[in-house]
Write a protein that binds this ligand. Structure first.
Ligand SMILES: NC(=O)c1ccc[n+]([C@@H]2O[C@H](COP(=O)([O-])OP(=O)(O)OC[C@H]3O[C@@H](n4cnc5c(N)ncnc54)[C@H](O)[C@@H]3O)[C@@H](O)[C@H]2O)c1
Length: 390
């Protein structure tokens, strides 16, 4: 079986998720399209790099990403760094002929996103694959939703309502990690989590044409975290900790018009007490409705207008072996998949794209399209007007 040497750059939360997924992919998908070999782990922090190399099972470690980009042995670069490092690493890796899986959002600025999409388009001519890690569109229940839509089961889509609500930054004593610094993250909640539901909305209803938005920052300063990984609110710093300003958004809400003529709304916040990873998607069509909530990710609710008046209502379809990649995960409906299996499916699609030489559904052009929507959201929050996503 063909073997592909993987270099991981950034060994925090997502570094762990990618590593688990590369390791597990051939365990679920067999024969695998190719066998990923955990070759090199790179993290700018030598302590994290050395520790994670041993823990995750890579052959060697380094602290400078140029070393993996210049290493002829490396086939794949998985980018799991904070957002502002995505562009330089991805562009250099693509130019060196490496296949790139880059975490989302694609970049910290629109300019970087555009440059990444251009580099990916150029590299694609030589069969090099780019992918952004928008794994939620691979939730089997959402793939089923897409199937219902494509089959015409809910008719013409009229409205798409999406939310992504979390609570981990609602406490003002949660540290000012890189996620709250514009220079590193580019945006706050918008790039971090709204981007996921923008991707889902566009996957289901086509590209967004224009937006009108409100963007808010509720907690304007936070205690400073000195280096290290973002602990996502699990650690609180005391009242004596040095504080610094937050220059990104806590919450954004926007109305959207799709190119198809459908309309809708998207809301995202990391300050909603009681909400954890509350991704909801509700679509209303001329012939029915579809409803999904990630906190019940193995379920899809559907309602069909054609059902008799006294039977019409939402029914719940429990996803399992009969659904997207269900036959290779767990064989019994109700055993459920979670975040780990989802990232494994993503890695399978990535490796399959490499072996087949076909760009995946979440390639850099798609990541750039999400970035155009984010850019229009920020513009609209300042202009107070509808802004085109161009
Ligand atoms: N797809 C998802 O569901 C999802 C979830 C969380 C995060 N993310 C994305 O993944 C990326 C990483 O987020 P995270 O939560 O894993 O962050 P993290 O803070 O947990 O880890 C980032 C790691 O990158 C290292 N690093 C920083 N700059 C580097 C550089 N120039 N070279 C090498 N290593 C460097 C840090 O030392 C740290 O170990 C971000 O783009 C984020 O938006 C995606």
């Amino acid at each position: 079986m063909k073997r592909l040497n993987v270099a991981l750059v950034g060994a925090g939360f997502m570094g762990k998720a990618h590593t688990v997924a590369y390791s597990n992919m051939p365990k679920f998908f067999w024969p695998a399209p190719a066998y990923p070999v955990l070759k090199t782990l790179c993290d700018i922090d030598p302590k994290i790099a050395e520790d994670s190399c041993e823990r995750f099972g890579y052959e060697k470690w380094c602290t400078d990403w140029h070393d993996v980009v210049n290493d002829p042995e490396i086939d794949i670069v998985s980018i799991c760094t904070p957002n502002n490092a995505h562009a330089p690493i991805a562009i250099a890796a693509l130019n060196a002929g490496k296949h790139v899986l880059c975490e989302k959002p694609i970049a910290s600025t629109r300019k970087d996103a555009e440059a990444m999409a251009a580099a990916a388009a150029e590299a694609a001519k030589k069969g090099v694959i780019s992918m952004n890690a928008y794994q939620y569109r691979r939730v089997p229940a959402l793939v089923l939703a897409k199937k219902f839509i494509d089959e015409g089961s809910i008719g013409k889509i009229l409205n798409v309502r999406c939310t992504y609500l979390q609570s981990w930054s609602a406490d003002p004593s949660s540290p000012l990690s890189w996620r709250f610094q514009k220079e590193i993250a580019g945006a706050g909640t918008l790039g971090d989590i709204a981007s996921h539901v923008i991707d889902i909305a566009q996957m289901l209803a086509g590209d967004i044409d224009s937006v009108v938005s409100t963007v808010k920052t509720y907690i304007t300063e936070r205690p400073v975290q000195e280096g290290g990984v973002d602990l996502l609110g699990t650690v609180k710093l005391g009242p004596d900790a040095k504080k610094a300003p937050v220059d990104v958004d806590d919450e954004n809400s926007f109305l959207v018009k799709f190119k198809s003529g459908a309309v809708g709304s998207i809301e995202a916040t990391r300050n909603a007490w009681g909400r954890n990873n509350f991704i909801t998607v509700e679509l209303h069509g001329t012939e029915g409705s579809i409803c999904f909530n990630y906190e019940r990710l193995n379920e899809l609710q559907v309602c069909f207008a054609k059902d008799p008046d006294d039977r019409r209502g939402f029914k719940t379809i429990y996803t399992g072996p009969a659904h997207f990649y269900g036959e290779v995960t767990w064989n019994i409906p109700g055993m459920n998949i979670g975040y780990g299996e989802l990232k494994t499916i993503e890695i399978y699609d990535f490796i399959k794209a490499i072996t087949e030489g076909k760009q995946p559904t979440t390639n850099f052009q798609v990541g750039y399209q999400v970035e155009k929507v984010c850019d229009a959201v920020m513009k609209s929050s300042e202009s107070g007007k509808w802004e085109p996503c161009v």
